[in-house]
Design a protein around this ligand. Sequence first.
Ligand code: SF4
Length: 367
Amino acid sequence: MGRWVYPAALPDGRSVLLMKVLMSNVCENNCLYCVNRRGNDRPVLSFAPDELASLFMKMFYANLVQGLFLSSAIFKSVRRTMDRMLATVELLRYRYRFQGYIHLKVLPGAGISQLERAARLADRVSVNLEAPSASRLSKIAPQKRFSEELLSRIRLLSRLIKQANHGKRYGPKGQTTQFVVGAAGESDTEILSVSKNLYDKLDLSRIYFSAFQPARGTPLEGLKPTPLLREHRLYQADFLFRRYGFSMEEIGFTEEGNLPLGKDPKTIWAEGHPEFFPVEVNTAPKELLMRVPGFGPLTVKRILHIRTEHRIRSLDQLKRMGAVTRNALGYVLLDGHLPGKPSSSQLDIWQSEPVSFAVTRNTCSFL
Ligand code: SF4
């Protein structure tokens, strides 16, 4: 039971326990990384819609969960499975009058009327792209069609969400997607180019990156696992897009098109742009403060507020505002003074030419 319950942050910032469950783990597809792929020997389980809806409500009334994340393997056909998932959600909404959070996974190639039903019923919907291009996807999920079954569904959901009448009780507040990282030999540049386009052009709310970990009994069992640090760096770059206004061209990549693992992408950008630093915390505009390593959006908000009342003169003050001061050392002035003792590498920054690092341009044009 415990493996079905996961803590999650909702779009409005609340934290809830979600029942995360598959309608069925019996699949027609044979994605090479997945334990639920066709023919894989394992215990199987499928729910009927009323069975799953009633189980969820029991857990809800027992205060074990507050919301539902419903996904599924493709049991017999996409249409049939999607109908059963939608029937489950309809039972929850209309028979049990459940008004809480529901995240509904939309299966590849789901019908247009099914997408419309999903958009009416769920708080959040998602289609997993899994890979950044058709050719990469064919290496790990040969039966899924990138443009026709996945991207087209994301596009349509984006339109439905825009049209959604937010006065209605239900209806998605956004959609998300997910990439399996490292199984198809793709680079971070490929993943982030597509991600940036999804945010900019199709208004995705969030993109999730899942470091590939080989599962026993799958064709990719022998492949090396993707380091979790790579996943972490992708989330940091993604955060720079969403919260700091970075463009794709401002992210530094290695020659191979990957994010360097040794340093976070914001620090790499700052090291490559000594012309912007050090910034005077008491007068710098918000956009420049947001570029300082160790300053997050909340810290910057606090700085902007506090400096209207008094000058910021010490690292302790910055620390109390949430700054990671060891990262900010060398990049800021406090009342005209360089605080603390910058590391020798930080001092080098001010004495050197801008560091050149490989930047791969966004070549993704299909969105
Ligand atoms: S469609 Fe989903 S459940 Fe089926 S094999 Fe692929 S990843 Fe696994």
